[in-house]
Design a protein around this ligand. Structure first.
Ligand code: SF4
Ligand code: SF4
Length: 67
């Protein structure tokens, strides 16, 4: 399990990139992505995201896009 970006809520502000201690997050085309191999599940990114765009995969079923 690792952090998961809800793409439609992400503004590409990079606050999570700066906060992540393991370099697991990158922003491409104004949407953040998490490298699950690097994520240490510290939840720092969730703390700093002002848009509620980060969660953990357990929550995916209720938050993911269906398109
Ligand atoms: S902090 Fe939130 S809105 Fe900003 S890039 Fe990260 S996930 Fe997207
Ligand atoms: S939970 Fe921690 S290690 Fe994982 S992406 Fe967020 S800030 Fe980085």
């Amino acid at each position: 399990m690792s952090a998961f970006i809800i793409e439609k809520l992400c503004y590409g502000c990079q606050r999570c990139v700066d906060a992540c201690p393991s370099g697991a997050i990158r922003v491409f085309a104004r949407v953040a992505t998490v490298n699950s191999d690097k994520c240490i599940e510290c939840e720092e990114c969730i703390e700093v995201c002002m848009h509620g765009a980060i969660t953990f995969r357990e929550d995916m079923e209720v938050t993911q896009r269906n398109d």
